[in-house]
Design a protein around this ligand. Structure first.
Ligand SMILES: [Zn+2]
Length: 242
């Protein structure tokens, strides 16, 4: 499967054609069903783009948001508005948790930090956060089937082992999701995609990354412009375009 918007829409269409129902983690779906999970590692804008496309196709999914990242700030007004747009389109927000942010050596510590971040996100967005997914999960997470008191762990056995799990990590499908669907072998699918990798054109990984890096320069200009009077008198926008 290619990393284009069209290919992603084809995936959604195939799921519908094969009569999979689209479920949230907390839903009790006993018929043929799929959970669509999106880890938002780099860009809320990209997540919103995919959220709109899914909504147009009558599909719901869960977007996992990082609190401890340098790429976006969930506390900013823009992020808040975009995340609420995603919710208003009928999707859910989950917590994407970066274990490396803390010194975690026990399951108790893991639970404590995850629950703390989930509460922050929940209060911030004023919406229920029911699920957590780990950003670049450690062996500790993958091997321990950790159960939280109030949260669903997307890496728990029920979702990670008992369902057919396919993911596009590092812009690579170890197993093609279209083939998994077409094989008719699986009643329950759990599909992880990273919205960041999907673009209109079929671009290579380095092209997508480079474009993202270059856009950051003009974005930074705009942020400074919002917080610094008469920036254009000091440095013009033309000077920073690379
Ligand atoms: Zn991640």
């Amino acid at each position: 499967m290619e990393f284009t918007i069209d290919a992603y829409v084809n995936l959604l269409e195939l799921l519908k054609e094969r009569e999979f129902s689209f479920c949230f983690y907390e839903d009790e779906c006993d018929q043929k069903s799929v959970i669509l999970r999106h880890d938002v590692d780099f860009s809320i804008d990209k997540a919103l783009e995919i959220a709109k496309i899914e909504s147009r196709n009558g599909v719901k999914s869960t977007y996992f948001i990082l609190l401890s990242t340098n790429f976006y700030n969930v506390f900013s007004k823009q992020s808040y508005e975009k995340l609420h747009q995603i919710i208003d389109l009928g999707h859910e927000i989950g917590l994407h948790f970066d274990e490396t942010r803390y010194e975690i050596t026990t399951i108790g510590e893991m639970k404590q930090y995850v629950e703390k971040e989930a509460a922050i996100l929940e209060n911030l967005l004023n919406t229920k956060v029911r699920v957590v997914s780990m950003h670049r999960p450690s062996k500790f997470t993958l091997n321990n089937d950790i159960q939280f008191d109030q949260l669903i762990n997307s890496y728990s056995k029920k979702y990670f082992k008992e369902m057919k799990y396919v993911s596009d990590s590092r812009m690579h499908w170890r197993e093609d999701p279209m083939e998994a669907i077409e094989s008719n072998q699986y009643e329950k699918l759990h599909i992880l995609t990273h919205p960041f990798w999907y673009s209109t054109e079929n671009e290579a990984m380095d092209v997508k990354l480079l474009e993202f890096m270059k856009n950051a320069v003009t974005e930074r200009f705009d942020f400074i412009n919002d917080n610094f009077r008469d920036l254009e008198q000091v440095i013009s926008r033309k000077e920073i375009v690379i």
